[in-house]
Design a protein around this ligand. Structure first.
Ligand SMILES: [Zn+2]
Length: 204
């Protein structure tokens, strides 16, 4: 499916990525009203529900170290290691700072937006204000080392999003899994005229 000019521009700018649009559109259909990149005390999360003090981030599987889909690049090891560490530490700071200020933070993996969008929407819908203490383990790949180059075995070091002391490692064949697009994903980009108008009005 071709992209409209504004969608192309959005991609180039990198601000309105497609998992983000997909989640926003699903939230809108579910009757959840939000602001896009609205200012909070700690930066501008992807989706913000100011009245509920809820911040939602959509984290790309590669850039943020998804346990299932982070793929260790074969070249420029140090460059990618630093990049990943920097991203995880920024995610941690944003999350903890917002939570300290009484905000709820939901970080959604990019693959979940494609593979189980309904569950994500259900979860967001049912996160109530005041339940801020519940904390789930949110593992991220912090680094990947080569254990046996010949056999392509790697060691993935996992770290908890909130608590860097919590970590474990796992050895396996180099993981190159990609998230799968459901068959019907192409229809998501098509919006009705009314939806387009609403989207424009929201500044999406
Ligand atoms: Zn993933």
């Amino acid at each position: 499916m071709g992209l409209s000019r504004s969608e192309q521009m959005a991609r180039i700018k990198g601000k309105h990525t497609s998992p983000e649009l997909r989640l926003r559109s699903a939230l809108w259909r579910a009757g959840i009203r939000y602001r896009v990149h609205a200012r909070t005390p700690v930066g501008r999360p992807d989706i913000v529900l100011p009245s509920r003090k809820l911040a939602i981030f959509i984290d790309g599987c590669f850039w943020h170290g998804c346990p299932k889909h982070y793929v260790r690049p074969r070249t420029r090891k140090e460059f990618w290691e630093e990049k990943l560490l920097a991203n995880i530490s920024r995610d941690r700071q944003q999350t903890l700072q917002l939570e300290t200020l009484g905000w709820r933070v939901i970080r959604v993996w990019e693959h979940k937006v494609f593979e189980s969008l309904d569950d994500v929407v259900f979860y967001i819908k049912n996160v109530l204000p005041g339940n801020g203490t519940e904390s789930t383990d949110e593992w991220r790949v912090e680094r990947v080392d080569v254990v046996d180059a010949g056999l392509d075995i790697e060691r993935r070091v996992m770290v908890d999003l909130r608590n860097p002391e919590k970590r474990y490692s796992i050895d396996s064949r180099r993981i190159t899994a990609k998230w799968k697009l459901p068959a019907n994903v192409g229809s998501v980009g098509r919006k009705s005229r009314k939806q387009k108008k609403l989207t424009r009005a929201l500044g999406c």
